[in-house]
Design a binder for this molecule. Structure first.
Ligand SMILES: CCCCCCCC/C=C\CCCCCCCC(=O)N[C@@H](CC(N)=O)C(=O)O
Ligand SMILES: [Zn+2]
Ligand SMILES: [Zn+2]
Length: 476
């Protein structure tokens, strides 16, 4: 048996304790920093209105709290579209294709009166959670990525593989100034990316009936979108002599038809099939039996909840409805906006056709407002560097979690990056438990302090894991 002198063991123990102490300080700092970031209300109110004062303040915050990043001769920092950030970290081996991490600084509006347990821009800690807008969408990634890089720079780390960090300031309004201009800039420089990782799916725990243990879903695609405006015009008049149907009534029937006749269940026609194939061994009896009939499984198990239902079909959301000027005047005009999120196996054109045939009322004018097809499906096989490195990193930090591909039900800045890379992934390692779907863009958005620490460690590990030349082991 090998014998070590006592002084050596003592020294190693001292070193270990030192590393632990540094790690603790680094994580305690990180948690405070997330709080400071959440307190700055970087709200995107609408396509034409953003809180630019807050965006400037956020820029100042980043420069103040990440001194190594902003003073390093290694890291190149650029502002893009006024408030977005592009960081370039050149590797020592330029022949290795770079990768890119994305996150966004802006948040959707939040009103304490909607029922928050703590003010949405307070970052108050309650029962081990930091509450506030942006804690899961998506300041946890902004601060987690930068904290990881700051710590690596502090350790004198220089990567072999170059990487970029893109922090958008207008993701919540589709990224027209941030992501779009970062992509233009990178394209003009001839950059190609090995993989891109953006926000998106999460670690699900207890949200799918029958699934035993947590599952990390890595978004290998994201749904498309269609927004349509429906409008009805009728002659105005006195409310004491109303016609049988008002413009509001006609429009209400049209949106009710859309809500009642959901788009078809397409389970099994897109990457969600692979999700369940990868998770199959984690289903207990009798779910495992039902899973052999995937369609039955999807309608029994998945259609019931808004989040799992979004996995299996194009969703229909009536988001705006306006009409009427006075209680005794028949409204001359009523309009509604309906937002569809398109399943991977459908196209925008197919969905627009279905909308018209479902409404099937000539009095309702249907206008296309905006939309795009579902995004291409990135590879997730054994030889795909990006997917496998993300998967390995999940296992390094969360050994108990099963990893599987999934479809991101919301859209992200990464959808602008398709010309830079075929392999785009949407995932951040936030825990997602029953009830959490309502926190995204809703009330009581929060993250546990422990989860935030895990997120910092995840990016810290990911940057190091990405630094290998090839995936290990024989590959067929
Ligand atoms: C086995 C099936 C489980 C399905 C679980 C679904 C889990 C959903 C988990 C997280 C959803 C979070 C979506 C994150 C990305 C959303 C980003 C966003 O808000 N984007 C906006 C703005 C835009 N860029 O278009 C949007 O409207 O989508
Ligand atoms: Zn987001
Ligand atoms: Zn969002």
């Amino acid at each position: 048996m090998l014998r070590y002198p006592g002084w050596l063991l003592g020294y190693l123990w001292w070193l270990l304790k030192g590393c632990y102490a540094v790690a603790r300080v680094f994580l305690v700092d990180a948690r405070v920093l997330l709080g400071v970031a959440v307190k700055i209300p970087t709200v995107s109110f609408s396509a034409s209105e953003q809180n630019t004062t807050a965006l400037k303040e956020f820029d100042q915050l980043l420069r103040r709290v990440f001194p190594k990043i902003f003073s390093s001769s290694l890291v190149q920092h650029e502002m893009v579209g006024n408030y977005s950030h592009l960081l370039t970290v050149p590797g020592s081996e330029p022949d290795l294709e770079p990768y890119m991490l994305l996150a966004h600084i802006d948040v959707v509006p939040a009103d304490e009166a909607d029922g928050w347990d703590a003010p949405p821009f307070s970052a108050q800690e309650l029962n081990g959670f930091i509450y506030g807008r942006g804690t899961i969408d998506n300041k946890q990634s902004v601060m987690g990525i930068l904290q990881a890089l700051e710590y690596l720079l502090e350790q004198g780390y220089t990567p072999r593989r170059s990487f970029y960090i893109g922090l958008g300031h207008d993701e919540e309004i589709s990224g027209p100034q941030g992501a779009v201009n970062i992509v233009k800039l990178l394209k003009s420089r001839g950059v190609k990316l090995l993989y891109v990782l953006d926000e998106g799916l999460t670690i699900m725990d207890g949200v799918v009936d029958g699934l035993i243990g947590p599952g990390a879903l890595i978004g290998v695609s994201e749904k498309g979108q269609a927004t349509v405006k429906l409008s009805v015009s009728t002659p105005p008049g006195h409310s004491s002599m109303p016609p049988r149907e008002s413009s509001i009534g006609i429009l209400a029937s049209a949106v009710t038809r859309l809500e009642k006749n959901r788009m078809p269940n397409l389970f099994g026609h897109g990457p969600e099939r692979a999700t369940f194939e990868h998770l199959a061994h984690k289903f207990g009896w009798p779910y495992r039996m039902v899973m052999s009939n995937l369609w039955l499984f999807s309608s029994l198990v998945l259609e019931g909840q808004p989040d799992t239902n979004a996995f299996v079909r194009t969703t229909t959301a009536v988001t705006m409805f306006n009409s009427g000027v006075k209680i005794n005047v028949m409204p001359a005009y009523a309009e509604a906006f309906v937002n569809f999120r398109i399943h991977s196996s459908q196209t925008l054109q197919e969905v627009l056709k279905l909308i018209k045939s479902t409404i099937s009322d000539e009095r309702v004018k249907v206008e296309f407002v905006s939309g795009f097809d579902p995004l291409p499906i990135s590879s997730y096989d054994e030889d795909t560097f990006g997917y496998q490195i993300i998967k390995k990193t999940v296992h390094d930090i969360f050994p108990e979690v099963t990893v599987s591909p999934g479809i991101c039900v919301g859209n992200t800045d990464s959808r602008h990056y398709t010309e830079l890379s075929p392999d785009i992934y949407r995932f951040a390692p936030s825990w997602y438990k029953p009830g959490d779907s309502a926190r995204f863009h809703g009330v009581n958005e929060r993250i546990s302090i422990q989860n935030y620490e895990e997120i910092v460690l995840f990016y810290f590990q990911l940057m190091q894991n990405s630094d290998i030349r090839n995936l290990p082991g024989p590959r067929t």
